[in-house]
Design a protein around this ligand. Structure first.
Ligand SMILES: C[C@](O)(CO)[C@H](O)COP(=O)(O)OP(=O)(O)OC[C@H]1O[C@@H](n2ccc(N)nc2=O)[C@H](O)[C@@H]1O
Ligand SMILES: Nc1ncnc2c1ncn2[C@@H]1O[C@H](COP(=O)(O)OP(=O)(O)OP(=O)(O)O)[C@@H](O)[C@H]1O
Length: 288
């Protein structure tokens, strides 16, 4: 039995620079990952199957459309005789939440299939299958901090960043990514004039690094707040939390994150928020 984690993806920044002629939006995003998330295992064998359990399993769906199965079928189409097998997904991350849960599950499936078949992690067919499965899947393959560009397919070098103590909040309202991009109202081929993405490199001290991240934005935040106004409340609660250094939405929402100076400050804030809003999903995380 092979096993791997599928962590949440957090867009520390998400700049939309235009809309390509293929309809996808061109973006620049600094992506980091949490430690915890979903867990995926594979018992290698000839037949592909998926069994899902866990608190958010019902929302993820266990049909043929599940991204674990889509990624696996795509890789099998590229590699004759690929060993497949029985996947078990323990689903914990909120679904349609802007933290790439399904994309991370798909990437985890590709990593397990690579292991089961003796493929090198850098095998181009893994990347191609990831790309064909969804815009966020390539960055989730390595699951390490880096810049993501293009529609998500162009990945910068791995970055060594300070570990950021954080609180994540999802208010329980699913948000459909396609709708949020649509709300930007950009025409294919249209570019956006907006301040450039801050230059992010490895090894910056935490204070400087955070100042650079603060100069960035999430260009989907306004559209998502219109679609799900509770995001405005989430951001206000995070920004009002004692010790919050920066709060922003991830991806197309509705999950938002706040960065704190220490894990202890994050844990204290999370406890207070849980008491205030028991219906929200509130998690501490070390973003890296
Ligand atoms: C918003 C982000 O989460 C940021 O990391 C991603 O760009 C979205 O990644 P994703 O959910 O894996 O996206 P996909 O499942 O490939 O696409 C969902 C829909 O979002 C829109 N989409 C997605 C990515 C992108 N660069 N431009 C887009 O316009 C398209 O309408 C697409 O039909
Ligand atoms: N394994 C999976 N986990 C979660 N959702 C899945 C999975 N497979 C398919 N889906 C479907 O994918 C859609 C997007 O779910 P997901 O949780 O990946 O969204 P997201 O967090 O907004 O992703 P992103 O940040 O990449 O836009 C949902 O409609 C869901 O039903």
């Amino acid at each position: 039995m092979l096993i791997t984690r599928a962590p949440a993806k957090i867009n520390l920044t998400l700049h939309i620079t235009g809309r390509r002629t293929d309809g996808y939006h061109a973006l620049e995003s600094l992506v980091v990952f949490t430690g915890a998330g979903d867990t995926l295992s594979l018992a290698p064998g000839p037949v592909l199957s998926l069994d899902i359990s866990g608190p958010t399993a019902p929302a993820a769906g266990d049909g043929d459309d599940n991204l674990v199965l889509r990624a696996s079928r795509d890789l099998a189409d590229r590699i004759k005789g690929l060993t497949l097998g029985a996947f078990r997904l323990e689903k914990r991350l909120p679904v349609a939440a802007g933290i790439g849960g399904g994309s991370s599950d798909a990437a985890a499936a590709l990593r397990l299939l690579a292991q089961a078949n003796g493929l090198a992690p850098e095998d181009a067919r893994l990347y191609e299958a990831a790309r064909a499965t969804g815009a966020d899947v390539p960055v989730c393959l390595a699951g390490r901090a880096r810049m993501m560009r293009g529609a998500g397919e162009s990945l910068g070098p791995l970055l060594r960043l300070p570990v950021l103590p954080a609180v994540l909040i999802n208010p329980g309202v699913p948000v459909e990514t396609r709708l949020i991009f649509q709300k930007l109202g950009l025409q294919p081929g249209q570019n956006v004039e907006s301040p450039q993405h801050p230059d992010i490199g490895s090894g910056a001290p935490p204070v400087e690094f955070l100042a650079d991240v603060a100069k960035g934005r999430n260009d989907l935040e306004d559209a998502a707040c219109l679609q799900a106004p509770v995001i405005v409340d989430v951001l206000a609660v995070l920004r009002g939390a004692r010790g919050c250094r920066l709060a922003r939405m991830s991806g197309s929402g509705a999950t938002c994150f706040a960065i704190f100076s220490t894990p202890r400050a994050a844990a204290t804030a999370a406890r207070a928020i849980r008491l205030q809003r028991p219906e929200w999903w509130v998690k501490t995380a070390a973003l890296r």
